[in-house]
Design a protein around this ligand. Structure first.
Ligand SMILES: C[S@@+](CC[C@H](N)C(=O)[O-])C[C@H]1O[C@@H](n2cnc3c(N)ncnc32)[C@H](O)[C@@H]1O
Length: 379
């Protein structure tokens, strides 16, 4: 969940903001209905009003969107903005949108439930012939030389603090990915396109692609650097390539290798990169085949192995497993049943406290637990 400072940084990325303002000016007419999907503090809603929209629905589950109501009034748009504090998947609109504007990406477009949320909103909330902003993302990869990022990721585990060997963490660390802000001179190959996303037709929530980079200058390489460019509408968009602009919110993602590799101009790096949705997040897998000077190095890495998984947790998830309800699960069920029975939050907390005096020191503590569940599952 973003803090206000996070939303502020997104607004401060002027390249991103100005491109959205231009895209909305291009698409919005005085009769337009706009859905601001994932409104945050509502900046895109205000830009849509500025572009002349008749009505803007700002949909956002975070309380941050409450800032919009006052901001809409302050800017003279109070009668055009409707704030809906909820997820888009829990939303129906009294009229379909002509334009859906969203930015649900993380560093890269495969992020949380971005793709399934867009597919859902496109099917249920967009008018026939309506437009999605962004329209298209193009994903790029290049081989990068970045000794600082390589060391930052591994150094502590190799540093033998107090003479202690911590190298058992290394194989997990080597499967991690990290946000990076590279400079153009860090790239040792030209970028290659490995995937593209066309939001008006997107159907698959997984993303897979491959490419081959030819090394342009000799250097020690540390992995693949990946970023996206976006086309919001037609020719209006922006790039997140290294050095593309000041104050860039996204940066790039580093898919590092487990070892630095010395490369010469003309060497070749072939790769496959995939993002597979698992629950409400993505598992990234990248394989690299590095050929040069008569040697071939091959690596296969996956964020599925970037942290030791609990064997018990993996067993419980198997289709044939029949896991019993834990004490915390039984407690959650009591709260949910209390909600279904129409009890007040206070009544549910009092019953929970009475039923589990060993788990809660006070009724207020039980109320805290109820509040969490009510926030998550209540309406
Ligand atoms: C990256 S922020 C973008 C904020 C703002 N629209 C902007 O562009 O500056 C993404 C926001 O989308 C919200 N969000 C994610 N999925 C959503 C969904 N399915 N429905 C509504 N909001 C969603 C998140 O809570 C977050 O505040």
């Amino acid at each position: 969940m973003y803090r206000l400072a996070g939303f502020g940084k997104m607004i401060a990325d002027r390249g991103r903001l100005d491109a959205h303002a231009a895209a909305l000016r291009r698409l919005v007419t005085p009769s337009s209905v706009v859905l601001d999907l994932g409104a945050g503090t509502g900046i895109m809603s205000l830009l849509a009003c500025q572009a002349g929209a008749r009505r803007v629905y700002a949909v956002e589950p975070s309380g941050a969107v409450q800032i919009l109501a006052e901001a809409a009034a302050a800017n003279g748009y109070a009668d055009r903005v409707v704030v809906l504090e909820r997820r888009s998947t829990d939303t129906t609109l009294p009229e379909l949108a002509d334009v859906i504007v969203s930015d649900l990406r993380g560093v890269l477009p495969p992020n949380d439930t971005h793709f399934s949320d867009i597919i859902d909103a496109r099917a249920r909330l967009l008018a026939p012939g309506g437009r999605l902003v962004p329209a298209r993302d193009t994903l790029w990869a290049a081989v990068v030389s970045t000794p600082e990022a390589f060391d930052e990721r591994r150094a502590v585990w190799q540093s033998r603090p107090h003479g202690l060997d911590l190298s058992s963490a290394q194989r997990f660390v080597d499967n991690g990915i990290q946000k990076h802000d590279a400079r153009p001179e860090h790239l040792v190959s030209a970028p290659v396109q490995w995937a593209s996303l066309d939001y008006p037709t997107l159907a698959d929530t997984a993303l897979r692609g491959a490419g081959a980079c030819e090394i342009a200058r000799a250097g020690t390489a540390h992995g693949l650097l990946v970023w996206f460019d976006t086309a919001l509408v037609d020719d209006i968009g922006y790039s997140n390539a290294p050095g593309a602009r000041e104050g860039m919110i996204y940066g790039q993602m580093l898919f590092g290798w487990p070892a630095p590799i010395a490369l010469e101009a003309g060497d070749r790096v072939a790769f496959e990169l995939r993002a597979d949705p698992v629950g409400s997040d993505y598992v990234w897998t990248w394989t690299s085949e590095i050929e040069g000077q008569g040697r071939v190095s091959r690596f296969r890495q996956t964020t599925f192995e970037d942290f030791p998984r609990s064997a018990a947790s993996l067993r419980r998830r198997l289709p044939g497993a029949a896991p019993a309800l834990s004490a915390a699960g039984a407690e959650a069920l009591e709260v949910l049943e209390g909600m279904r029975a129409g009890r007040t939050t206070g009544e549910i907390a009092a019953r929970l406290f009475a039923a589990h005096p060993q788990r809660f020191r006070t009724v207020d503590e039980a109320h805290g637990r109820v509040a969490e569940l009510v926030d998550r599952f209540g309406e």
